[in-house]
Design a protein around this ligand. Structure first.
Ligand code: IMP
Ligand code: MG
Length: 179
């Protein structure tokens, strides 16, 4: 494996496809155990989580459902600031055991604004599964219940994560070469 160039930047190998696969199997076994007979509803947040969601969902063996939403932020009024709306949030979450699927929790802003909207629908439980978490980047604390990897505060690419639109199709994860 070697350095790849995307747009104007160089990236070096960071997490192999095999390491990611092994970690996802571990999360799946835990979810299978924790949610047996609960018929969980996975809510995958597009675009970044599509690969994680697909691989995790394939590894789950208990009865479960999945739906996909996209979060769009727009400028609200002065008092509300940035407002996040969920596009495609048409599944009834009331009384369901919901597990959010995120590719990466960075500052925590996205989830901290979106979670109250889900809680409003009164799910029976609400947990977060994220492939990656950058604890050093936290501005809005989010507790990740099922975590793949805790990573440094560096820009990552691949396995669903993009750099200006490119790189999502790479089956492993790369890290920006700095300097
Ligand atoms: P947050 O709201 O700051 O937690 O940001 C979450 C979103 O930012 C993620 O769902 C990603 O789409 C994007 N993001 C954060 N860090 C990275 C990265 O290292 N590479 C690519 N996208 C990232
Ligand atoms: Mg994302």
């Amino acid at each position: 494996m070697s350095i790849i160039r995307v747009h104007d930047k160089d990236f070096e190998p960071y997490l192999s496809a095999g390491e990611i696969e092994a970690k996802i199997q571990g999360i799946a076994r835990q979810v299978d155990k924790d949610y047996a007979d609960k018929k969980p509803l996975f809510v995958a947040i597009l675009n970044g989580s599509f690969m994680f969601a697909s691989d995790l969902f394939k590894a789950i063996t208990i009865e479960s459902e999945i739906c996909f939403i996209k979060l769009a932020s727009y400028k609200g009024t002065k008092s509300t600031g940035q407002v996040i709306t969920a596009i495609g949030l048409d599944t009834d979450m009331h009384g369901r055991h919901v597990i959010i699927l995120e590719d990466i929790v960075d500052t925590g802003k996205t989830l901290s604004e979106f979670l109250p909207q889900l809680e409003h629908q009164q799910p029976a439980s609400l947990k977060i599964a994220a492939l990656l978490h950058k604890p050093e980047a936290t501005v809005y604390p989010i507790s990740v219940d099922y975590l793949g990897f805790s990573v440094p505060n560096k820009f990552l690419l691949g396995y669903g994560l993009d750099y200006d639109g490119l790189g999502r199709n790479i089956p492993s994860i790369y890290k920006l070469v700095e300097g």
